[in-house]
Design a binder for this molecule. Structure first.
Ligand SMILES: Cc1ncc(C[n+]2csc(CCOP(=O)(O)OP(=O)(O)O)c2C)c(N)n1
Length: 321
């Protein structure tokens, strides 16, 4: 653990923010006030935060349908995200994107994406821009195990290798793709498959922030040395259904309960930093309480905020140059 106290507290705050955001949305979804599908990221926090803690606004990420955690980790404002998910006019994307299409270009967050495998080609374009700028910036795509079966991802991996781009392909293996076990749906060893495309692979324990943080440091060293793209593969879990409302009949009884009790990323982080006497438990408790109150307030303000009027239907349809 070579990170400073400030870095460690920031990482914990980010992971707690994601967890609280998602746990609360899980409850709020039942109110019927949130339109569209919601896919929650709780359980995978260590991956988004372990990776994005290395990035600045000059670096880019592309995300997935399960994008809230990536957005928060990359610096999007959680209050504006909450307003967006409620479809409000003052949401991060003016209420037009909702859960699955949150983007914030100023933060280098190129967008969540309802198309499985849609993010990697976009991030390859961003990596080309990074390469042209030559300032050490990089592009990262996040994707689930299911996305690794998509032709778009194969093409993106090949293009990144051909152009030797500063691009990191992150695969988060949370056990399932919709309702199909990844062990069944991914027909070959993913690391081997990725290497077959010419990408070195860095592997991490996705339940452990420090493991992901180290793997990302190694991945960045590789791409910033001009050696071309690489992949980062991390195993994790999701605590909720594929989407909100998924009855999850395909999961073993008590599967999630056991994972929460034995492998939870936040509990593990807490244990590590308190046992190493880097941080006191009380400091983490204070962050938990502060974030709980903050999310409560975000939900309250989102519920009150006005919806966009019909006039916005015709604006922002085409880009102005
Ligand atoms: C091109 C395309 N095919 C199918 C779907 C339907 N779909 C939505 S999410 C999903 C599973 C994605 O699984 P994975 O990539 O492992 O991500 P996870 O949901 O586990 O985070 C599928 C098949 C889609 N949105 N886009």
């Amino acid at each position: 653990m070579q990170q400073s106290r400030t870095d460690i507290l920031k990482a914990y705050r980010q992971m707690r923010m994601i967890r609280e955001f998602e746990e609360r949305l899980h409850i709020e979804n039942r109110s019927g006030e949130i339109a569209g599908f919601t896919h929650l990221y709780a359980g995978q926090e260590a991956i988004a935060v372990g990776i994005c803690e290395h990035l600045t606004d000059r670096d880019y990420i592309s995300s997935t349908h399960r994008g809230h955690g990536h957005c928060i980790a990359k610096g999007c404002d959680p209050r504006l995200m909450m307003h967006e998910i409620y479809g409000r006019a003052d949401g991060l994307c003016k209420g037009r994107g909702g859960s699955m299409h949150i983007a914030d270009i100023d933060k280098g967050m190129l967008g969540a994406n309802g198309i499985v495998g849609g993010g990697p080609p976009i991030a390859v374009g961003a990596a080309l821009a990074c390469q042209a700028r030559g300032d050490g910036s990089v592009a990262v795509s996040f994707g689930g195990g299911g996305s690794s079966n998509q032709g778009t991802v194969f093409e993106a991996m090949n293009m990144a290798v051909v152009l030797k781009l500063p691009k990191i392909f992150v695969f988060e293996l949370n056990g399932y793709s919709e309702h199909t076990g990844e062990g069944y749906g991914i027909g070959s060893d993913l690391a081997g498959r990725t290497r077959g495309f010419g990408l070195p692979v860095f592997e991490a324990d996705g339940f452990d922030y420090f493991s992901v943080h180290q793997a990302m440091a190694d991945a960045l060293e590789h791409v910033r040395a001009g050696k071309g793209p690489c992949a980062l593969i991390a195993e994790a879990t999701r605590y909720f259904g594929h989407f909100e409302g998924d009855p999850q009949n395909y999961r073993a009884k008590d599967e999630v309960k056991t994972l929460r009790e034995t492998r939870d990323a936040l509990l593990r982080f807490r244990r590590k930093v308190t046992e190493a006497k880097l941080i006191e438990a009380g400091e983490l408790d204070a962050i938990d309480a502060e974030i709980a109150a903050f999310i409560e307030d975000c939900v309250a303000s989102a519920r009150k905020a006005p919806a966009p009027g019909a006039e916005i239907m015709l604006s922002d349809v085409y880009a102005d140059y």
